[in-house]
Ligand binder design. Structure first.
Ligand SMILES: Cc1ncc(COP(=O)(O)O)c(C=O)c1O
Length: 447
């Protein structure tokens, strides 16, 4: 350390304070994997500070409820976990859930490991990394390096920005995987679950849908309904379009022996294989977020997708290339823009950052996968600004600021003032409750 231990503590506190103002008040946040919690959900997290100190190891039953706990002092913790589980099952229309996952990556770890044990098959078909899969799906990441799965790529159609159903069916039939995975990080259009469920069944593969990004859209009835379209399991983060605390969840329907075997193996893989403490303090807040999605989810998800589509159209009309144009740019919360002609993803993301507009550079499906440091694209997500109340015209204003930066019409530092001014017009967080009191009153009234 260059400075003393005590100076480092002061810097740490100062940086934490500064961060809260910078990203929460002065920036416009368009990272597609982030989420925004309501005041009620934040208050619930503050109220759950003792839970933040506790442990609750153990096993769950086949309804996703607590079965065995190995520590004392669990009488409320058990209730909290069971109610959190029930709220998620109800919201997503399924009869099994596990809420003990601490992240979306953990949900993938538990599911991939559990199902590969259940099937005694270590092959998994996934979207190629450069076409939007998450690193945890890939042989270079969790799936390959940690679990030892052999990953095989879905056939991907760049023109459609989607998995090619016919060619992928042939891949599945030929390679006979134990798991077929859908979903991803760059994720614009519904994946062909209905079209591929039969091929997966023929080879006895479980179908896993990674909804880390799109769980809130699913709750709001947008994009697709994986459990009804052919997914056996949904894995997700609870903090992206689903506006809860950082955590993970797995959802499924226990409807036959095959699912019983799969679920039991996933449960074993959650405990004892991959958890000890399951980070309990997030559970009440996740339950409140589930209620918010039940009440406001449809409106929120529809406006989020609408805002993303409007942005796609506006960029396109102003000469910035947006992928998926012929299909309306997107059906999710994100769009993918190709800014190669303006200097590439790295430069433009950094310039936008200087203008306090936060996005991430992204590989596009036709990029050389080795070119991660300077890919052609940006991935832009609209869930945060939508929750702050941005509507179509506000999105166009925001896009105009971005276009000024992308095309080098104005210096990013000059745009920054306009970004902050635009951000200041949206002081409330919408589509949610403003306090626990308000939440309780709503539940009492409708109970
Ligand atoms: C498709 C997908 N799966 C899993 C994850 C990992 O989620 P988490 O960050 O909650 O571990 C991400 C992260 O963005 C993702 O995009």
């Amino acid at each position: 350390m260059n400075q003393s231990f005590f100076e480092a503590v002061l810097e740490l506190v100062e940086a934490s304070r500064a961060h809260e103002k910078y990203r929460a008040a002065d920036c416009i946040n368009l990272i597609a994997s982030e989420g925004l919690k309501s005041p009620a959900v934040r208050e619930m997290l503050r109220l759950s500070q003792d839970l933040e100190c506790r442990y609750a190891e153990g096993e769950n039953d086949l309804e996703g409820h607590v079965k065995v706990r190995y520590y004392q002092g669990q009488k409320y913790i058990t209730k909290i976990e069971n109610y959190a589980a029930d709220l998620m099952k109800d919201l997503f229309g399924c009869n099994w859930v596990d809420v003990r996952l601490v992240s979306g990556t953990h949900a993938n770890l538990a599911t991939f490991k559990g199902l590969s044990m259940a099937t005694k098959n270590n092959r998994m078909v996934v979207a190629p990394l450069s076409c939007g899969a998450h690193i945890s799906h890939d042989y270079t990441g969790l799936a390959g390096e940690v679990i030892g799965l052999e990953t095989i790529d879905h056939a991907y159609d760049v023109n459609e920005m989607n998995i090619d159903p016919d060619k992928s069916a042939a891949v599945i039939r030929k390679t006979k995987p134990g798991i077929v995975t859908f979903g991803g990080s760059l994720f614009l259009f519904p994946h062909p679950l209905k079209e591929l469920r039969e091929a997966a069944r023929e080879v006895d593969a479980y179908v896993v849908y990674d909804a880390a990004h799109v769980l809130g859209l699913i709750a709001g009835g947008q994009l697709q309904d994986p459990l009804r379209e052919g997914a056996d399991f949904i894995n997700a983060s609870t903090h992206k379009t689903f506006p809860g605390p950082q955590g993970g969840v797995i959802l499924a329907n226990l409807e036959d022996k095959r699912m019983r075997v799969g679920i039991k193996s996933v449960q074993h893989s959650i405990f004892p294989l991959t958890t000890s403490n399951t980070h309990l303090a997030r559970l009440p807040a996740m339950g409140l977020a589930a209620l918010e999605m039940k009440v406001f989810g449809v409106e929120l998800a529809k406006q989020t997708v609408k805002n993303a589509q409007v942005a796609g159209e506006h960029f396109c009309e102003n000469g910035v290339k947006v992928l998926g144009e012929k299909k309306g740019f997107t059906r999710s919360h994100q769009i993918a823009v190709d800014i190669q002609e303006y200097g590439g993803g790295k430069k433009i993301a950094e310039n936008l950052e200087e203008a306090n507009i936060i996005v991430n550079k992204n590989l596009l499906p036709y990029d050389d996968p080795k070119n991660k440091k300077n890919p052609s694209g940006l991935r832009i997500g609209f869930q945060d600004v939508t929750r702050r109340g941005f509507k179509e015209d506000d999105i166009k204003r925001l896009c105009d600021l971005m276009i000024d930066v992308i095309k080098g019409k104005r210096k990013p530092s000059d745009v920054r003032e306009d970004t902050i001014a635009l951000r200041q017009c949206f002081k409330e967080i919408k589509y949610g409750f403003q306090s626990i009191d308000e939440t309780v009153k709503y539940a009492e009234k409708h109970g």
